[in-house]
Design a protein around this ligand. Structure first.
Ligand code: CA
Length: 206
């Protein structure tokens, strides 16, 4: 599960982002000030940072610069009301990976995050099974035991692979909100509390 740090001082925006990212299966922490960002980056080791530029104590640019000066190459997506080309160029010069201006579409933001994480993921992600591969439950069993439809079965398999809602939407060519609804239905039918538990059910470990 990918970890995301939100550096944003607006409580409403930070809360809404946190909620949406959690729904999408990410682990999320929030820093309200620049001074909180570096300690959190050191402790949680985020896979991606969402960075506001207008922070109460220091400029978001200074956080980005400090991060890169320390040799940390984790993807940084700047989220800012500043719409000037000069601001964007400054952000990219300091090592930002993407720049989204407020107001923004949550769906687009989630898709961009998903793309950044995919690009940042190590190439050799194919796990070498150390133990004998667990026996997977068949599609028929998923239907008979849990009442999953064919589409829900496909969603369940993607959840077990660790896909986010945005990735599921992309893989199944459906909207983000449809993917999210399917995910909720799959969790309810399987009777599991979180996306992380879906794999265990599919591989008969519960
Ligand atoms: Ca701000």
């Amino acid at each position: 599960m990918s970890r995301i740090l939100i550096v944003e001082d607006s409580p409403d925006l930070a809360d809404a982002l946190e909620r949406n990212l959690r729904l999408d299966g990410y682990e999320v922490e929030v820093a309200r000030r620049a001074a909180q960002a570096m300690p959190l980056i050191a402790s949680m080791k985020p896979d991606l940072v969402i960075l506001d530029l207008g922070l109460p104590d220091r400029d978001g640019y200074s956080v980005l610069k400090e991060l890169r000066d320390r040799g940390n190459s984790c993807p940084v997506l700047i989220l800012s009301a500043r719409n000037l080309e000069a601001d964007k160029l400054q952000g990219f010069r300091l090592g930002a990976d993407d720049y989204v201006t407020k107001p923004f579409s949550v769906m687009e933001l989630l898709a961009r995050i998903s793309a950044l994480l995919r690009r940042a993921a190590p190439v050799a992600t194919v796990a070498t099974p150390a133990a004998p591969a667990p026996k997977a439950i068949s599609d028929e069993d998923l239907h008979e035991r849990f009442g999953l439809t064919a589409r829900q079965t496909a969603v369940a398999r993607l959840l077990a692979e660790g896909c986010s809602n945005a990735e599921i939407a992309q893989r199944l060519s459906v909207s983000y909100f449809t993917a999210r609804n399917h995910t909720e239905q799959v969790l309810a039918k399987l009777g599991v509390p979180s996306r992380a538990a879906v794999g265990a059910v599919l591989f008969g470990q519960v």
